[in-house]
Design a protein around this ligand. Sequence first.
Ligand SMILES: Cc1cc2nc3c(=O)[nH]c(=O)nc-3n(C[C@H](O)[C@H](O)[C@H](O)COP(=O)(O)OP(=O)(O)OC[C@H]3O[C@@H](n4cnc5c(N)ncnc54)[C@H](O)[C@@H]3O)c2cc1C
Length: 430
Amino acid sequence: MKVKVIGAGLAGAEAALYLANRGVKVALYDLKPNAFTPAHKSEKFAELVCSNSLKSNDVFGNAAGLLKEELRLLGSITMEAAELSKVPAGGALAVNREEFSAYITEKITSNPNIEFISEEIKKVPTDGFTIIATGPLTTAPLSESIGKLAGSLYFYDASAPIIAADSIDMDSAFIGDRYNKGDGDHINCPMNKDEYCAFYDALIVAERATLHEFEKSDVFEGCMPVEVMAARGKDTLRFGPLKPAGLDDPKTGRWAYATLQLRKEDKAGTMYNMVGFQTNLKFGEQKRVFSMIPALKNAEFLRYGVMHRNTFINSPKALNPDFSFKEYPMVFVAGQISGVEGYVESAGSGLLAAIYAERKLKGEREVLISENTVLGALSRYITTENKNFQPMNANFGILPPLSVRDKKERKRLMAERSLAAVREFIIEIN
Ligand SMILES: Cc1cc2nc3c(=O)[nH]c(=O)nc-3n(C[C@H](O)[C@H](O)[C@H](O)COP(=O)(O)OP(=O)(O)OC[C@H]3O[C@@H](n4cnc5c(N)ncnc54)[C@H](O)[C@@H]3O)c2cc1C
């Protein structure tokens, strides 16, 4: 049986080559080179549409670096291509974009098990094994078809930063819900008038990230960036995301001048989301300005807020833990459209989807990668119930916690735990 892989981007290329190298026949579809999305320009596959950096290469101190090592162990083509096309970039792994894509393209076109078809797929094929990997700029007809299968589809990322719980200064914060309605799921970060004014003045002049042309239309109506809301007037935020009403500060017994709420991002409470703080500020500016909130003075930003054109499904509702649709277990979703965020995350999800699809295709028992790995933790994140689901990238906050006080040592131990789990996974799937 032939597996259809739709989309020859980061996830699709990885999936197609994994399957083909294991003897599975693949029909790989992409718009290219006959047509392009608004961001893709090259005729080659696995195109890096923006930055040429694949982020940190630090295996034992950074989750993005650890994810890379997991992928290397699993034989990822993305990592192979990156190694061969890398350019100096300090602690990051950056590549020569052309060489990177050319290498992967050559591997695909020379593989006898892959038939490439340049065609826009408009409807998800549900009659056989399929991996959908058409990315954040999936064309409209296919988006509609995916949305029907998934029950819903989102077109913009509008996410607020996520903070590591253990970096919140609890001497300047308190736990509680507005008017005590809730189960103590919020951490509240109060500000007095002077603190608010200083924060506000910095926020309205902070530098924003540039949007691409195709992202500039009136897209952000329903999810206004906090800096845009702030620019409407000095008190607008105090009636919006910084509303202090109903939040009694136990230190004063009164409502503060302004209060930011942080909401649990995961069940374990290791990560907190800045409620209502979706933002388009540059990452460095987010750190600088948001750290002016006293409780966040030492905040570790696990994920910065982003606002851009994206297409992703509500995976926690629609997908099984192996990325197949609950309703269509032969149809898998991989890459950015599944709710992971980033080049390497997308490639990793393509690789995992292919591993899982191959086992299902061959009637082998399901083996899921451990959630102690970045890959496994990301998979669990996107397939576990979550009322406020937004795409996620690699970070240590999504991994099961380890009770080791020293942060550096904790990360190192988490990385070791992860790599051991990947090795076990490789034994199991072979
Ligand atoms: C403008 C932009 C900039 C980004 N910059 C970065 C960045 O700097 N760093 C980072 O880590 N991440 C970035 N991302 C996010 C994301 O990591 C990348 O988009 C990544 O390429 C996603 O991988 P993917 O495999 O899911 O999709 P893609 O790599 O986009 O691959 C999808 C493929 O599917 C094809 N396709 C689409 N619709 C159809 C269809 N109907 N039929 C057939 N083929 C179709 C496309 O031509 C494309 O080749 C960016 C996203 C966007 C939109």
